[in-house]
Design a binder for this molecule. Sequence first.
Ligand SMILES: Nc1ncnc2c1ncn2[C@@H]1O[C@H](COP(=O)(O)OP(=O)(O)OP(=O)(O)O)[C@@H](O)[C@H]1O
Ligand SMILES: [Mg+2]
Length: 411
Amino acid sequence: MEMGDLQMSTTLDPVDRLLDSVMQGQSIVRNQDVLRFDYIPSMINHRDQEQKEVAQKLLPILRHTRPSNLLVYGKPGTGKTLIIRKVLLKIQERAAGDNTAIKIIYTNAKNETTLYGLLVSFGRQLGLDSKQIPTTGLSISEVFKRITSQISSNALNTVFVIDEIDHLAHLILKSHKDLLYQMTRANETLGPGSLTLVGISNDLAFKDALDPRVLSTLSEEEIVFTNYTTDQLRLILEERAREAFADPSNIEDSALNLCAAIAGSEHGDARRAIDTLRVATEIAERLGVTQVTQDHIREAVAKMDEGKEMAALRSYPLHEKLLVIAVMRATGATTGEIYLLYGDLCSKTGQKKLTQRRTTQMLGELEMSGLIGGRLTHQGMHGRTKKFKLLVSPNRVCETFAEDLMLADLV
Ligand SMILES: Nc1ncnc2c1ncn2[C@@H]1O[C@H](COP(=O)(O)OP(=O)(O)OP(=O)(O)O)[C@@H](O)[C@H]1O
Ligand SMILES: [Mg+2]
């Protein structure tokens, strides 16, 4: 190969172009971690009041009295996890110099599939090993007893933070255990030591699912995080960009504005804003350019929406997927027509078809999720019927279902 060929290929090949720009130090991101969701930024804006409130409510622990239970809620991406984690870190730093035992433990209920797993996580953080709490085999109430006796025998002042506590409510409803009640009332039976519960949730409806006795003790204190405005998001993004990028010129001002405006027009979700910025930056880097522009932000938003749709499509069980294919093939078809098509698809894939009653129910669920749309129409002597159409792009459906061996031949 001659030198000329090599140069040709370096200018054309996108991988080489990207590698070249990185090797020449042209990467626009100085610190990739800054754009990750779990990064704790050095500057937290707009949340002074909330930080103070959280700190104030938990302060008694430093004086060795029991703080009240606390419920923190607000829409997704409003800084709840960030603020609580930061305040807890600060308290822990202070407590470290103290020789009386203060323990703050944090668990995200979303990461646990069982109640048992959640309790094991608590136990481990309190220093109970796999002999004291084995990973399986004990009853829930026995595990909880061991946790509380660890607290009282060491006279520990504890704060249990349960993030996304709405998921815990689901785990509990599933297994009918009255764990939250026991937790909120644990102090009444503890000898020395104390247990304070801090619950964080972005789903207010979960309160309705709780036993009123639990709710009243859990929410002895409440803090609400309000949605961020576009201006507030703009400042959060600006700070992140300042920490993340090699140079301020690596992002257009108008791109930051657009990114803030898009997230602000939904419900003021800072996570969404930061995610969009990260994806847009990846797009710019892949193109080998040194500035993130409005176009990259728009492309990032489209890509993220697409990702959400594909994830939703993927998550459905087989028969729902067959129904989506039926709707896609016969846009505007009635429930009955779709059922016939669905039956066809079942025999093609060797599936036993479900009853029409069941599939009608499933169509309703798909409609709720926004993947398909239904419209009631009058059909002469047949009375009323519903007609369905696909609300996402057929290409997306085909692309997603093609990954599924069972469906690949149908799309
Ligand atoms: N005031 C702020 N300053 C800087 N960054 C922020 C601020 N508020 C939120 N963020 C960032 O936005 C993202 C989302 O925040 P966080 O995870 O705290 O939201 P949340 O309220 O816990 O949301 P969810 O209910 O979905 O768990 C994080 O990356 C966080 O660092
Ligand atoms: Mg959170």
